[in-house]
Design a protein around this ligand. Structure first.
Ligand SMILES: [Zn+2]
Length: 385
């Protein structure tokens, strides 16, 4: 009898507990982070197309270029993010395909980039004008055809007026992306097209205009810095600080062709908003035919943009190294250290294996302060409006 009553009471208490839990989740979840919106972004550096890549992509029988196999091994890396951003450092002129110094690549490169998992390409860089007005315009037409979003260059001044920056809405988060380059290798930009140049006033005006659309996050991509330098220049720091002061949350850097550190800085912008802000000074090459020291690898940098009722924050900043392995006649972009366990790697000469492993370790060491900064910041991560 005693046990019977006790069991009934226990059942009653359990039911009450159940109802209370449901009520708690229902009323408090939105306040305590139940209603969180998250967008994981990956950014990569320069997507280039040198003569050696063209030769590797060409099928001599069909005369067609196929770049897809080059990206095959890194596709799972891009699938880890909701949004993948790269820098297209070539043009798509439709003819006369060549690498350095004035890049012009087959349209199938855009298709391979799309199929690999990229959503957005920045197009303002020192090679934007390599094939003149027609080359710049056609590049954007082909990106449209492949449903790749882009910003940084414009088919006309009217097009720039219409959308000076790119607005993306995904997973309930609205972000804007702006892109600028230090120059166009001395090639004049005619009045009928626009390449966004790193001019302080222009950047200030654009970010203010972007901010007026009330985005959750603002990303600025700069093509800047000194080639082959592994640390950011004073000029890079100046333009990063400018973007942050104007309200940017993230700055993505490319052009030096080698990896430079990333940093997280807590900065109050000119509107009085205090937030943690992320800069990657240079992500290095994503894929290229370059062979100079440190140019055969690059980074995918992941970060998560998060918002809830308590504010906006950047979380989970982490990097993934990639390396372009070049067995004779082919190109293969590979994640590291995963590469070291592959048959492809084991077939490479012993000296080459050592060289790649040394490079990997060297870059990890170079990025140690960045990794430490990301780890401390992840554990604190205070939310701010
Ligand atoms: Zn460049």
């Amino acid at each position: 009898m005693y046990f019977l009553v006790s069991n009934k009471i226990m059942k009653f208490i359990k039911n009450i507990q159940y109802v209370l839990t449901i009520l708690l989740i229902f009323f408090y979840a939105p306040v305590y982070g139940g209603d969180v919106q998250r967008l994981t972004v990956s950014a990569v550096g320069d997507i280039m197309c040198h003569d050696s890549q063209l030769a590797a992509a060409l099928n001599r029988k069909t005369k067609q270029y196929d770049f897809k196999p080059m990206f095959h091994s890194i596709m799972p890396l891009l699938q880890q993010a909701d949004l993948n951003i790269g820098n297209l450092e070539t043009t798509l002129p439709g003819k006369e395909y060549k690498g350095y110094p004035q890049f012009g690549s087959p349209d199938s490169l855009a298709q391979a980039i799309k199929d690999a998992g990229f959503h957005i390409l920045t197009t303002a860089n020192n090679h934007s004008m390599d094939r003149g007005t027609a080359g710049l315009q056609r590049t954007l037409d082909i990106l449209d055809k492949n449903k790749i979003l882009y910003t940084g260059t414009y088919r006309s001044p009217a097009e720039r007026m219409q959308r000076p920056f790119l607005t993306i809405e995904k997973n309930g988060i609205q972000l804007v992306l702006l892109n600028y380059t230090y120059g166009t290798n001395g090639i004049a930009v005619p009045r009928d097209v626009v390449v966004n140049l790193m001019q302080e006033e222009l950047i200030r005006d654009d970010i203010a205009q972007a901010r007026a659309t009330n985005p959750d996050f603002t990303i600025v991509s700069y093509h800047f810095g000194n080639e082959y330098e592994r640390l950011p220049s004073e000029e890079q720091k100046k333009f990063v600080n400018l973007a942050f002061a104007e309200g940017a949350d993230v700055v993505i850097g490319s052009h030096p062709h080698v990896v430079q550190p990333y940093e997280i800085k807590r900065i109050t912008d000119r509107y009085g908003v205090e937030r943690d802000r992320l800069v990657m000074y240079s992500l290095g090459n994503f894929i290229s035919g370059q062979t100079k020291p440190y140019t055969m690898g690059g980074l995918l940098l992941y970060f998560t943009l998060e918002k809830d009722k308590t504010g906006h924050r950047i979380k989970d900043v982490r990097h993934q190294q990639v390396f372009t392995v070049r067995p004779p006649g082919s190109f293969s972009l590979q994640p590291m250290p995963q590469l070291f366990d592959t048959a492809l790697f084991k077939k490479l000469p012993a000296a080459k294996q050592t060289e790649i492993k040394d490079y990997y370790q060297d870059v990890e060491k170079h990025l140690l302060p960045s990794v430490r900064m990301a780890a401390t910041f992840r554990s604190s991560a205070p939310a701010t409006e």
